[in-house]
Design a protein around this ligand. Structure first.
Ligand code: DGL
Length: 272
Protein backbone atom coordinates (compact mmCIF):
# COMPACT_ATOMS: atom_id res chain seq x y z
CA UNK A 1 0.00 0.00 0.00
CA UNK A 2 1.35 3.44 -0.84
CA UNK A 3 0.06 6.98 -0.71
CA UNK A 4 1.48 9.60 -3.07
CA UNK A 5 -0.27 12.56 -1.45
CA UNK A 6 2.09 15.27 -0.16
CA UNK A 7 3.24 16.13 3.34
CA UNK A 8 2.36 19.70 4.37
CA UNK A 9 4.94 21.76 6.27
CA UNK A 10 4.72 25.33 7.58
CA UNK A 11 6.65 27.93 9.54
CA UNK A 12 6.48 31.67 10.14
CA UNK A 13 9.00 32.02 7.33
CA UNK A 14 11.90 30.06 5.92
CA UNK A 15 13.25 28.61 9.18
CA UNK A 16 11.23 25.46 8.66
CA UNK A 17 13.20 24.80 5.48
CA UNK A 18 15.86 23.45 7.86
CA UNK A 19 13.28 20.80 8.81
CA UNK A 20 12.18 20.27 5.19
CA UNK A 21 15.84 19.56 4.35
CA UNK A 22 15.95 16.79 6.98
CA UNK A 23 12.64 15.34 5.75
CA UNK A 24 13.88 15.27 2.16
CA UNK A 25 17.06 13.50 3.21
CA UNK A 26 15.18 10.83 5.20
CA UNK A 27 12.05 10.51 3.02
CA UNK A 28 13.11 11.37 -0.56
CA UNK A 29 10.00 9.76 -2.06
CA UNK A 30 7.57 12.04 -0.26
CA UNK A 31 6.18 15.05 -2.12
CA UNK A 32 6.37 18.14 0.08
CA UNK A 33 4.34 21.35 0.34
CA UNK A 34 5.81 24.26 2.27
CA UNK A 35 4.09 27.44 3.49
CA UNK A 36 6.21 30.36 4.72
CA UNK A 37 4.03 32.85 6.60
CA UNK A 38 6.49 35.63 5.76
CA UNK A 39 3.72 38.24 5.73
CA UNK A 40 3.30 37.65 9.48
CA UNK A 41 6.87 36.77 10.50
CA UNK A 42 8.35 36.77 12.99
CA UNK A 43 5.94 34.87 15.24
CA UNK A 44 8.22 35.04 18.28
CA UNK A 45 6.87 38.24 19.84
CA UNK A 46 3.24 37.88 18.67
CA UNK A 47 0.25 36.88 20.83
CA UNK A 48 -0.38 33.13 20.98
CA UNK A 49 -3.96 33.61 19.70
CA UNK A 50 -2.69 35.25 16.51
CA UNK A 51 -0.08 32.53 15.94
CA UNK A 52 -2.74 29.87 16.51
CA UNK A 53 -5.13 31.55 14.04
CA UNK A 54 -2.42 31.86 11.38
CA UNK A 55 -1.32 28.25 11.95
CA UNK A 56 -4.88 26.96 11.50
CA UNK A 57 -5.25 29.04 8.33
CA UNK A 58 -2.04 27.65 6.82
CA UNK A 59 -2.87 24.08 7.79
CA UNK A 60 -6.31 24.54 6.21
CA UNK A 61 -4.62 25.58 2.98
CA UNK A 62 -2.22 22.60 3.11
CA UNK A 63 -5.11 20.22 3.73
CA UNK A 64 -6.99 21.74 0.76
CA UNK A 65 -3.89 21.02 -1.33
CA UNK A 66 -4.22 17.36 -0.33
CA UNK A 67 -1.74 17.08 2.56
CA UNK A 68 -1.82 13.62 4.18
CA UNK A 69 0.18 14.78 7.23
CA UNK A 70 1.12 18.13 8.76
CA UNK A 71 4.52 19.17 10.10
CA UNK A 72 4.68 22.25 12.31
CA UNK A 73 8.27 23.20 11.42
CA UNK A 74 8.28 25.89 14.07
CA UNK A 75 8.81 25.64 17.82
CA UNK A 76 6.82 28.82 18.45
CA UNK A 77 3.76 27.66 16.46
CA UNK A 78 3.91 24.23 18.08
CA UNK A 79 3.72 25.84 21.51
CA UNK A 80 0.86 28.10 20.43
CA UNK A 81 -1.18 25.89 18.12
CA UNK A 82 -0.34 22.15 18.13
CA UNK A 83 -3.29 21.27 20.37
CA UNK A 84 -5.75 23.18 18.17
CA UNK A 85 -4.32 21.76 14.94
CA UNK A 86 -4.65 18.21 16.29
CA UNK A 87 -8.21 18.93 17.43
CA UNK A 88 -9.17 20.35 14.01
CA UNK A 89 -7.67 17.46 12.01
CA UNK A 90 -7.90 14.46 14.34
CA UNK A 91 -7.41 11.98 11.48
CA UNK A 92 -4.16 13.47 10.15
CA UNK A 93 -0.74 12.77 11.60
CA UNK A 94 0.48 16.11 13.02
CA UNK A 95 4.15 16.41 13.95
CA UNK A 96 5.19 19.31 16.14
CA UNK A 97 8.55 20.25 17.61
CA UNK A 98 10.04 21.64 20.78
CA UNK A 99 13.51 22.71 21.87
CA UNK A 100 15.81 19.73 22.53
CA UNK A 101 15.90 20.21 26.31
CA UNK A 102 15.83 16.49 27.08
CA UNK A 103 18.79 15.51 24.84
CA UNK A 104 20.67 18.59 26.06
CA UNK A 105 20.28 17.66 29.74
CA UNK A 106 21.49 14.16 28.88
CA UNK A 107 24.49 15.47 26.90
CA UNK A 108 25.81 18.10 29.30
CA UNK A 109 29.00 17.18 31.15
CA UNK A 110 29.05 20.17 33.48
CA UNK A 111 25.33 20.40 34.21
CA UNK A 112 24.72 23.68 32.36
CA UNK A 113 22.83 23.99 29.07
CA UNK A 114 21.85 27.07 27.09
CA UNK A 115 18.62 27.35 25.10
CA UNK A 116 18.32 29.95 22.37
CA UNK A 117 14.68 30.27 21.22
CA UNK A 118 11.98 32.85 20.59
CA UNK A 119 10.23 34.68 23.42
CA UNK A 120 6.99 32.90 22.43
CA UNK A 121 8.62 29.50 22.90
CA UNK A 122 10.48 30.37 26.11
CA UNK A 123 7.37 31.87 27.74
CA UNK A 124 5.05 29.03 26.71
CA UNK A 125 3.41 26.54 29.05
CA UNK A 126 4.87 23.82 26.86
CA UNK A 127 8.43 24.98 27.53
CA UNK A 128 7.69 25.30 31.26
CA UNK A 129 6.52 21.69 31.11
CA UNK A 130 9.77 20.63 29.45
CA UNK A 131 11.80 22.30 32.21
CA UNK A 132 9.64 20.65 34.86
CA UNK A 133 10.15 17.26 33.27
CA UNK A 134 13.83 17.39 32.36
CA UNK A 135 15.38 20.45 34.00
CA UNK A 136 16.05 18.95 37.46
CA UNK A 137 19.66 18.80 38.56
CA UNK A 138 20.74 20.81 35.51
CA UNK A 139 20.98 24.57 35.10
CA UNK A 140 19.04 25.61 31.99
CA UNK A 141 19.97 29.10 30.78
CA UNK A 142 17.52 30.63 28.33
CA UNK A 143 17.91 33.52 25.94
CA UNK A 144 15.51 34.91 23.33
CA UNK A 145 17.33 35.32 20.04
CA UNK A 146 15.79 38.71 19.18
CA UNK A 147 16.65 39.77 15.64
CA UNK A 148 17.96 36.39 14.45
CA UNK A 149 14.78 35.30 12.64
CA UNK A 150 14.76 38.57 10.69
CA UNK A 151 18.46 38.11 9.85
CA UNK A 152 17.83 34.62 8.42
CA UNK A 153 14.77 35.87 6.50
CA UNK A 154 17.02 38.52 4.91
CA UNK A 155 19.63 35.85 4.15
CA UNK A 156 22.13 37.69 6.36
CA UNK A 157 23.87 34.73 7.92
CA UNK A 158 27.35 36.21 8.14
CA UNK A 159 26.76 39.93 8.45
CA UNK A 160 28.53 41.84 11.25
CA UNK A 161 25.07 42.64 12.70
CA UNK A 162 24.08 38.95 12.88
CA UNK A 163 27.44 37.91 14.33
CA UNK A 164 27.21 40.66 16.95
CA UNK A 165 23.77 39.39 18.02
CA UNK A 166 25.04 35.81 18.24
CA UNK A 167 28.01 36.92 20.34
CA UNK A 168 25.73 38.87 22.64
CA UNK A 169 23.47 35.86 23.24
CA UNK A 170 26.04 33.07 23.29
CA UNK A 171 29.03 34.61 25.05
CA UNK A 172 27.01 35.09 28.25
CA UNK A 173 25.79 31.47 28.25
CA UNK A 174 29.28 30.13 27.61
CA UNK A 175 30.69 32.36 30.38
CA UNK A 176 28.13 30.80 32.73
CA UNK A 177 29.45 27.34 31.88
CA UNK A 178 27.05 26.03 29.21
CA UNK A 179 28.59 23.11 27.34
CA UNK A 180 25.49 22.36 25.24
CA UNK A 181 23.60 24.96 23.21
CA UNK A 182 20.09 24.15 22.00
CA UNK A 183 18.95 25.86 18.81
CA UNK A 184 15.29 26.10 19.81
CA UNK A 185 14.03 27.87 16.70
CA UNK A 186 14.14 26.39 13.21
CA UNK A 187 15.57 29.62 11.78
CA UNK A 188 18.63 29.42 14.02
CA UNK A 189 19.64 26.09 12.46
CA UNK A 190 20.78 28.05 9.40
CA UNK A 191 23.18 29.88 11.73
CA UNK A 192 24.72 26.67 13.07
CA UNK A 193 28.17 27.22 11.46
CA UNK A 194 28.34 30.74 12.93
CA UNK A 195 27.15 29.47 16.33
CA UNK A 196 29.71 26.65 16.30
CA UNK A 197 32.51 29.05 15.40
CA UNK A 198 31.57 31.29 18.35
CA UNK A 199 31.12 28.60 21.02
CA UNK A 200 34.12 26.51 19.96
CA UNK A 201 34.68 22.75 19.71
CA UNK A 202 34.11 21.95 23.41
CA UNK A 203 30.43 22.90 23.20
CA UNK A 204 27.76 20.75 21.49
CA UNK A 205 25.14 22.49 19.39
CA UNK A 206 21.90 20.56 18.96
CA UNK A 207 18.54 20.95 17.25
CA UNK A 208 15.52 18.76 16.56
CA UNK A 209 15.15 18.79 12.75
CA UNK A 210 16.37 15.21 12.26
CA UNK A 211 14.18 13.97 15.13
CA UNK A 212 11.13 15.56 13.47
CA UNK A 213 11.92 13.75 10.21
CA UNK A 214 12.23 10.43 12.11
CA UNK A 215 8.95 11.06 13.89
CA UNK A 216 7.23 11.85 10.57
CA UNK A 217 8.57 8.61 9.13
CA UNK A 218 7.25 6.64 12.14
CA UNK A 219 3.81 8.24 11.94
CA UNK A 220 3.51 7.70 8.18
CA UNK A 221 4.58 4.07 8.62
CA UNK A 222 2.10 3.39 11.40
CA UNK A 223 -0.74 4.96 9.37
CA UNK A 224 0.26 3.18 6.13
CA UNK A 225 0.75 6.54 4.43
CA UNK A 226 4.25 6.24 2.92
CA UNK A 227 4.74 7.06 -0.77
CA UNK A 228 5.95 4.33 -3.10
CA UNK A 229 9.74 4.16 -3.31
CA UNK A 230 11.51 5.29 -6.43
CA UNK A 231 9.11 8.05 -7.39
CA UNK A 232 11.03 11.32 -7.69
CA UNK A 233 9.04 13.65 -5.49
CA UNK A 234 9.23 17.43 -5.63
CA UNK A 235 8.47 20.30 -3.31
CA UNK A 236 6.18 23.31 -3.78
CA UNK A 237 6.60 26.55 -1.88
CA UNK A 238 4.12 29.28 -1.00
CA UNK A 239 4.43 32.52 0.96
CA UNK A 240 2.11 35.14 2.41
CA UNK A 241 4.90 37.67 1.84
CA UNK A 242 6.86 38.90 -1.14
CA UNK A 243 7.59 35.89 -3.37
CA UNK A 244 10.67 37.45 -5.01
CA UNK A 245 12.28 38.29 -1.70
CA UNK A 246 11.36 34.93 -0.15
CA UNK A 247 12.55 33.14 -3.32
CA UNK A 248 15.93 34.88 -3.17
CA UNK A 249 16.55 33.80 0.42
CA UNK A 250 15.19 30.30 -0.26
CA UNK A 251 17.66 29.91 -3.15
CA UNK A 252 20.44 30.72 -0.72
CA UNK A 253 19.25 28.44 2.07
CA UNK A 254 18.25 25.52 -0.17
CA UNK A 255 19.90 25.83 -3.59
CA UNK A 256 19.12 25.74 -6.47
CA UNK A 257 16.62 28.54 -7.10
CA UNK A 258 12.98 27.45 -7.19
CA UNK A 259 9.59 29.06 -7.69
CA UNK A 260 7.73 30.51 -4.72
CA UNK A 261 3.99 30.96 -5.19
CA UNK A 262 1.78 33.49 -3.43
CA UNK A 263 -0.79 32.09 -1.01
CA UNK A 264 -4.39 32.94 -1.93
CA UNK A 265 -5.52 36.23 -0.31
CA UNK A 266 -7.84 34.41 2.11
CA UNK A 267 -4.83 32.54 3.53
CA UNK A 268 -2.78 35.73 3.90
CA UNK A 269 -5.12 37.86 6.02
CA UNK A 270 -4.26 38.82 9.55
CA UNK A 271 -6.91 37.36 11.85
CA UNK A 272 -9.50 39.91 13.04
N1 DGL B 1 11.08 29.34 13.16
C1 DGL B 1 10.22 29.52 14.27
C2 DGL B 1 10.53 28.68 15.46
O1 DGL B 1 11.00 27.59 15.31
C3 DGL B 1 9.56 30.85 14.50
C4 DGL B 1 10.41 32.03 14.54
C5 DGL B 1 9.63 33.32 14.57
O2 DGL B 1 8.91 33.58 13.61
O3 DGL B 1 9.76 34.06 15.55
O4 DGL B 1 10.30 29.06 16.58
Amino acid sequence: MSDSRPVGIFDSGLGGVSVLREIRARLPDEALLYCADSGHAPYGEKPQALIAARSLELCGFLVEQGAKALVIACNTATAAAATQIRARWPDLPVIGMEPAVKPATEATRHGVVGVLATTGTLESARFAGLLDQFGHGVTVLTRPGAGLVEAVERGELDSPRTLALLHEYLDAMIAEGADVIVLGCTHYVFLRPQVEAIVGPGVSVIDTGAAVARQLQRKLDVAGLRAAPGVAAGARFWTSGNPQRVGATLAMLLPPARAVEVLPPSACLAPA
